[in-house]
Structures are given as C-alpha cells and as structure tokens.
Design a protein around this ligand. Structure first.
Ligand code: SF4
Ligand code: SF4
Length: 115
C-alpha cells in the first residue's frame, strides 16, 4: 500500500496520455511475440510502456491529450461533476512522471495503526 505526499502543481503531464492496461497472456497469444505486438501498436501510435508478469498485465500509453486541458495546463472540468473519477483520484501510486508534485512511500505498520 502506498502513502501519497505532496500536491498537484498543474504541470498537465498526466493529461497528455491515455494509459491502458490489458491482459498480458491473452494479448501475447493473439500477437505471438512482444516484438510483433510492438510493431502492431507502433503503427497506431501506441507505446508498450511496461508489464507486470505476476498480475498478468501489459501497459499501453496512447499520446492523446485530453480536450479538457487548457493551454495553461488547467482542467476545464475541475471541481465539477463532469471531472472523471479517475482524474479526481489520480495519482494513487507512482506513475513515472518526473514533473509530478506527488511522491509516494510504502505504508509502514505505524501508518496502518494511525489510520
Ligand atoms: S479531465 Fe481534467 S484532469 Fe482529467 S485528463 Fe482531462 S484535463 Fe486532465
Ligand atoms: S502529473 Fe502530477 S503534478 Fe502534474 S498535473 Fe498530473 S497530478 Fe498534477
């Protein structure tokens, strides 16, 4: 379990890409090899950015910016019911975005006692 610290400083990075998780074994059965899968995805502008073998997942990144992001990196729907749930909770774990104002540390026994 992760403990989140810090705050959003509106860099807008997390709004530039759609991240998708797919089932690893099904996908690799369809495509044969990782190289074949990467070739297929590359033609569509999709990047294979990681995998979690234990949990049978592959992670894709699709470079499509959200159309609710303003030129100065503000969210047009922030504070309204139109903001997607995922965006309201994000980030809940480290996501590899260097600019992000949030950091994470593993929960300790003391955190669990205090919660
Ligand atoms: S809805 Fe707002 S927070 Fe969510 S991706 Fe779009 S601009 Fe970013
Ligand atoms: S990457 Fe982090 S700091 Fe940047 S907009 Fe997203 S949540 Fe905020």
């Amino acid at each position: 379990m992760w403990i989140r610290e810090g705050e959003c400083h509106s860099c807008g990075e997390c709004c530039q890409t759609v991240n998708v998780t797919v089932v690893r074994d099904v996908t690799l059965r369809q495509h044969g090899t990782v190289e074949e899968l990467e070739r297929y995805l590359k033609y569509r502008g999709i990047q294979l950015v990681g995998e979690d073998v234990d949990n049978n997942c592959l992670f894709y990144a699709i470079p499509i910016a959200c159309d609710q992001l303003t030129e100065d990196n503000r969210c047009r729907v922030h504070g309204t019911p139109d903001k997607p749930l995922l965006c309201m909770k994000y980030p809940t774990e480290p996501d590899g975005i260097e600019q992000c104002g949030y950091t994470f540390r593993r929960a300790t026994v003391l955190d669990r006692v205090g919660s």
